[in-house]
Design a protein around this ligand. Sequence first.
Ligand SMILES: [Zn+2]
Ligand SMILES: [Zn+2]
Ligand SMILES: [Zn+2]
Length: 455
Amino acid sequence: MAEENKPISNSPPALDLGENEKVIRLVAEMVAGKIADIRPQFDSTSETGFIYPAVEQVLAVKGEEVVSILESLAKKDILKRDFFDKFLRCPQCRSVILRPTTHCPKCGSGNIARGRVFEHFVCKYVGLEDEFMSKGRYICPKCGQELQTIGSDYQSLGLLRKCPDCDEVFNIPVIKWRCLKCSSVIAEDKVGEVNVYSYRLNEAKRGWLEFELKPKSQLIEFLKQRGYKVKENAEVKGKSGAEHRIDMLATRDNGIITYSIAIGVKVAGDKIGLREIFDFDDKAYDAGIHDKILVVVPGLGKEAEQFASLQRIKVLEVKDLETVLASGVLKPSEEVKREPFEFKSKSQLIEYLQLNDYEVKENAEVKGRSGAKHRIDMLATRDDGIMTHHIAIGIEVAGEPVGLAQVFDFDEKTYDIGILDKVFIAVPRLTKEARQFAQRQKIKVFEVKELEPSS
Ligand SMILES: [Zn+2]
Ligand SMILES: [Zn+2]
Ligand SMILES: [Zn+2]
């Protein structure tokens, strides 16, 4: 990747084409190879004097709007432009159909004649040969004498121009431009110049564009259908205080826990290296997001792949993504209720979770990383088709406030199992120090006066 030194994000900026469907269509056609090079054609009937027929056809826009679309894409480095021609442009009407005209350098008249110029030594008169011609002889129009011998009483100054309006004789006329559309005469230094370019797709951006154009919007749609809110180019503040930019942040508030997935997009011409994966992982870690998906185009290098697996980053190549998106059974997700979630019994909690597509296992036995087996009061699991989300729920019912030991024990179990979303239900409540500990360990606590027996 070229952008090595950008501090916030080293991925390309989001394809800012959101509002302009026409631009997207043009880029899509170019990526698909339906439009190759975009070359201008001279067209005297058009507003600008040249047209890009291929673009006009696809976008149904004309003239300067075409140029501004092409230029904006060139500025974003999506298109590469090559110099094609330089046109002169009328500053009055912007037409490029101009004709050069010659003028007297002294009085500016366009009425100038060209021919052999004589000088009569006797009276110093200088004029065109035509002016001296009279019935086959040369007669000076000033003094009326006949010219005798070239070199003695007159000489030829050669082929020159003479202005009949002010009698100026000169060699090089002043060039001006006549606009054939509005008839203005424009001095050479006032005439506009316009460079005309041809455009082609920047091949280095192809992979990224291919992702942006289709799989990306499909992925966003996929997540939305599963109840996620998706924010592109999301700014998140890390524990370190640093601001990070995450390509896509998917969040889902199920009323109990807000679940976030950081989605990174890495596109490169070649295999993606360790450094970029590390960068993504680091940002997600600092932001406290533990579920991570990395969409890579084309693929990962071996080292990067190992690191991703070690850091539990789910890596999807675009072709994997297509499979995931296609396999997703679309069931309309229940609109998640936002009011503070309350429950009076265990069965009510289970019902609520099930309504939110969680599978709930009571008294689940789970093996930890240490090899030990743990019992979790409730294990809620939801498979989105792209990510499996687990919530560990501990329930402690006591006659008095539940103390630190129980919360600590629950936290340790979930740590060993590797579940990061933790809910602790304390009946009737926690002690102050247990509550502080829970807060620090990011355990969501529900304090319930009493839990009715499940029906
Ligand atoms: Zn003149
Ligand atoms: Zn004379
Ligand atoms: Zn004009």
